[in-house]
Every structure is written in C-alpha cells, then in structure tokens.
Design a protein around this ligand. Structure first.
Ligand SMILES: C[S@@+](CC[C@H](N)C(=O)[O-])C[C@H]1O[C@@H](n2cnc3c(N)ncnc32)[C@H](O)[C@@H]1O
Length: 273
C-alpha cells in the first residue's frame, strides 16, 4: 500500500465512521484489507479505494471493510471497578431521581457483540432496585455483524473470562461444554439498533437516556469527530444523566458542557441537572 493509498483510505474511513487510523497502523490496515482485495479480485489498494467510493455493492463493501478493521474486543463485566461504582453510587442515585416515573433508560453506545448491554441488565437485576420498573437498555453499534452475534446472546469462554462462577450460574444457561447463553428474561430489556455515532439523524431517533456507556469507542476517533459525538451524547442524556467512558479515556481535550464527578475513585461525566 503506497503512502498515498493509505492517506486516501484513511480519509474515506474517517468520513464514514469518525475513526482515524494512525500511520503506525498502516501495516495492519494493509494486512486486514488485503483479504478484501482478494475476495473482490482487485489488483491494488488504489482500485479498492475507487471500488469503495463508487461502492457498486450498495454499502456492503464499506461494511465488510469496517468489519475487518474495527476492534470489537469486549467481555462481560469489563472494568469492574467502574461497574462497582455504577452499582453502588449511580444506580441508587437514578433510583431516587426516577422514582416518580419508574422508568429507566440506559444506552450502550458501541456495544460490539453485546457483552456490555447484557452486563448492565445483570447489574440492574443484582441491584434489586428496579424489579417492577420499565427498564430498557438500548444497544447500538456500526457493525451489523457484531449486532447479529449480540442478538444470539451465546458466548464462549473469552467473553466470560472475568465473570465469576456464581454470576455465570445466575445469569446464563449452559448450552454446550464451551458455550453459555444469557437467560432469556435478561435479553428482553435490550433493544439493539444499527447506529453510526457520527450520524446525528440516527442518534436523534433514540430516546433520551438516564445513563450512557460509551466505553472504548471514542479513543480511536479523530478529534473533531470525537467532539461531535460527545456533543450528540450530551444531547441524548436527560439533565442529571451520566456518561461513562472507558478507563483509558477522558474528555480533557474535548470541549463540552459535561461536568465531571468523582464517585468511588472513578471519574464520571454528568449532564448538569
Ligand atoms: C472496542 S469495542 C467496545 C465495546 C464495549 N463498549 C466495551 O467497552 O467492551 C468498540 C466498538 O465501537 C464500534 N464503533 C466504532 N466506530 C463506531 C461508530 N462510528 N458508530 C458506532 N459504533 C462504532 C465498533 O464497531 C466496536 O464494536
């Protein structure tokens, strides 16, 4: 892949989904997209760029390209200290704030293969606070393939690597020696949707949320798009609602109206009440 081909593809993917592949990733991008060149029988990356731009397959090839390029790494109960703060501090606060309506809406933005939204449902259940409430967990991603896996709710050992045996027994049914399925009653509150976070039209179709998890998604975004998505997330929160980012992420260099709150040693963001 020439430097110019890399630049053109980098620009195209950035416009498509906000992600910026840094030059040090050129080798990985080349290796991963090489598979697509072979499938399509194209001779080089310049031809692949032209193909993507005209996309005779509709949007299919762009989706296939993003599927090989995007990191989908996730697992149940990821970043347990933050989840502990969520359970001990955020959920009781939301329980109090929303007591009149008894309605709670969470959003896993960039949910990948579903481990994060199902984890949230499990935590709501464990809290014992929301038994007869109307609870929904919206779970969205740009990857239709990831969403397909998420809907099946059927997982192997890697997804469960930090989930205790007690939680596995409580929240899953064993379907084979290797695989566990999320119990059907825990999948019911989850509403999956295909949403590209840089697409305001799509984001606006979602209802206002009480809490948004957007973890390990924005870290790879081009700064301008990151700012834009943070603003979209702000506007999708009710006043007083929370935003939780991944451990290695923060909004230090992102101008926004969020205020940060320190809870249980964890940094959270809140739309001012
Ligand atoms: C590393 S996974 C994070 C999964 C989960 N949030 C977690 O922390 O375990 C990042 C996810 O963000 C999704 N993603 C990347 N760019 C996106 C965009 N523009 N819109 C929606 N989802 C996006 C990817 O498809 C991938 O599933």
């Amino acid at each position: 892949m020439s430097a110019e081909d890399f630049r053109l593809l980098q620009e195209l993917f950035c416009r498509e989904c906000g992600l910026l592949f840094q030059p040090e990733l050129k080798f990985i991008v080349e290796r991963r997209l090489g598979v697509r060149l072979e499938v399509l029988g194209l001779k080089d990356f310049a031809a692949y760029h032209r193909f993507l731009q005209s996309d005779p397959s509709g949007h299919e090839e762009m989706e296939a390209a993003l599927d090989v390029l995007l990191t989908r790494e996730t697992y149940f109960f990821r970043e347990p200290l933050q989840l502990d703060t969520f359970a001990r501090q955020v959920l009781p606060a939301l329980h109090e704030a929303k007591g009149a309506s008894q309605q709670l809406r969470l959003w896993s933005a960039g949910c990948s293969t579903g481990e994060e939204p199902y984890t949230l449902v499990m935590m709501l259940k464990e809290s014992g606070l929301f038994g007869d409430w109307s609870v929904t967990v919206h779970a969205t991603d740009i990857s239709r393939r990831a969403l397909g896996i998420a809907r099946r709710a059927d997982y192997g050992p890697a997804a469960l690597r930090v989930t205790s045996a007690e939680r596995q027994a409580r929240h899953f049914e064993r379907v084979s020696p290797e695989r566990m399925k999320v119990r059907p009653e825990l999948t019911q509150p989850v509403i999956f949707g295909h949403v590209n976070l840089i697409d305001l039209g799509k984001v606006k179709q979602l209802p206002l949320m009480d809490c948004i998890f957007c973890r390990n998604v924005l870290i790879y975004f081009e700064p301008g798009y990151r700012r834009r998505v943070v603003q979209f997330l702000y506007e999708r929160l009710v006043p007083g609602g929370y935003l939780l980012l991944g451990h290695s992420e923060n909004l230090l260099n992102v101008k926004s109206d969020f205020r940060w709150v320190q809870l249980g040693g964890e940094l959270l963001y809140q739309r001012p009440p």
